[in-house]
Design a protein around this ligand. Structure first.
Ligand SMILES: Cc1cc2nc3c(=O)[nH]c(=O)nc-3n(C[C@H](O)[C@H](O)[C@H](O)COP(=O)(O)OP(=O)(O)OC[C@H]3O[C@@H](n4cnc5c(N)ncnc54)[C@H](O)[C@@H]3O)c2cc1C
Length: 380
């Protein structure tokens, strides 16, 4: 069903997370951005826990308060507005949860999803990417070997969001290189398993508040029961997780672009030159009008992908379109915002400066813009 209005419950959640974003998230996100790279900041974990965010991903039968995809997108837009770093930490956990929800056994759901619901705030990590194979999601060098009643994992995953802070890692590994995609499997590996090490943390241009590092699995043993899904189902599980996840990266980018547009608009109305506000120049107002139009379009693309998700329909291309359009918009909005703010945009203390650093990374994470176009064009 097509609807352009949110339900009362959705509006309440939107308002709740708008306030959380403004009062609690934005102020600490700016501080965390300026800190040295390291593990996940405790203040982000506290907000995750106190706001019950992870429970929104978990079905009621496992102790959560699961919301549908559009409601989740509305919330993530607010988180992205306040801090795309925080939104990325949350989304990475979403990916891990989604993999377990799609392919996990009832026992895995009971154990690992419940673990994330601790009031102190917990996160998980999603680990397909390796150094040599970012855009190629079907050739992993990480291996898994069955030995008795345990799998033994060896390899290196990088980059990994929530590295070192994750309650568990969802790890893709190859069990048989001769079998191509059907040799790939996904495993859940508790963060405290011997042989799991992480570091050093990336010193990044953007997303500086997101802990990202290489995670190494050195003869890591997990029980046979930690295989997610049936043997050989790993590639399909990965595609299902990223197909949904991309729409939510789009939602976060809508929030980021909205933040940039608000700041640029406020400045354009306030700043006067020769007694006229700069917005009275079409050179300033037309790009803002374009951005506002594209912002609406980006949000609708996100909601469309989410509507398909809710209906259990194929949302692969729709999700890629949402991510592609919204992340490119985030880059354009922050670039235009920097121009409109003029020399005031270049200070590290100015939010627009952070937003444009973060926006650049959204075009790469979760599959580059090229890869989104490859997904979309595969359906032409
Ligand atoms: C901030 C951030 C956080 C991340 N977090 C995680 C995480 O938590 N877990 C995880 O597993 N991964 C993570 N990633 C990795 C991310 O998924 C990869 O960076 C992404 O898939 C691209 O891979 P790559 O960087 O190795 O680029 P490459 O695959 O080396 O690509 C290089 C260039 O070639 C282009 N290219 C490659 N193949 C094609 C093609 N077929 N058609 C057209 N162009 C092509 C790409 O678009 C790109 O421009 C993260 C990345 C970033 C930036």
């Amino acid at each position: 069903m097509i609807s352009f209005t949110l339900s009362e419950h959705q509006r309440e959640l939107q308002q709740k997370f708008r306030e959380t974003g403004e009062l609690h998230l934005r102020p600490v996100a700016a501080e965390i951005d300026r800190a040295a790279p390291g593990p996940l900041d405790r203040r982000f974990l506290d907000i995750l826990g106190s706001e019950g965010l992870i429970s929104l991903l978990v079905p009621e039968e496992y102790g959560g308060q699961h919301v549908d995809a559009i409601t989740l997108a509305v919330i993530i837009e607010e988180l992205g507005w306040a801090s795309t770093d925080f939104a990325a930490v949350f989304q990475s956990t979403f990916h891990a949860v989604k993999t377990i929800l799609v392919g996990g056994s009832p026992e895995q759901k009971k154990r690992f999803l419940k673990e994330l619901l601790a009031p102190s705030g917990r996160v998980a990590a999603f680990c397909p990417t390796e150094e040599q194979g970012g855009s190629d999601s079907s050739s992993f060098r990480t291996t898994a070997r069955l030995s008795g009643d345990r799998y033994i994992l060896n390899g290196e995953k990088t980059p990994v969001i929530n590295a070192g802070s994750a309650a568990f890692y969802i790890v893709w590994a190859n069990m048989d290189t001769d079998r191509g995609r059907s040799g790939i499997n996904a495993f859940v590996v508790p963060g405290d398993t011997p042989g799991v090490t992480c570091g050093p943390y990336y010193d990044k241009s953007g997303h500086r508040g997101v802990p990202i590092a290489t995670v190494t699995f050195d003869n890591v043993e997990v029980p046979k029961e930690n295989l997610i899904g049936t043997p050989g189902s790993g590639y399909l599980l990965l595609m299902q997780a990223v197909d949904s996840g991309r729409a939510f990266v789009g939602a976060s980018c809508v929030g980021l672009a909205r933040a940039a547009l608000e700041i640029a608009l406020e400045h354009a109305k306030k700043r006067t030159i020769k007694s006229r506000p700069i917005i009275s120049n079409q050179g300033v107002s037309f790009p803002l009008a374009d951005l506002l139009t594209h912002l609406e379009a980006a949000r609708l693309l996100v909601w469309k992908a989410c509507e398909l998700m809710n209906a259990g329909l194929d949302h692969s291309a729709a999700s890629s379109m949402a991510k592609l359009f919204a992340s490119e918009l985030a880059v354009r909005a922050t670039s235009e915002g920097m121009l409109i703010l003029g020399q005031k945009s270049i200070h590290r203390s100015v939010l627009m400066e952070k937003l444009q650093r973060d926006a650049q990374l959204t075009r790469i994470v979760e599959g580059t813009s090229h890869i989104q176009k490859a997904v979309i064009s595969s359906q032409l």
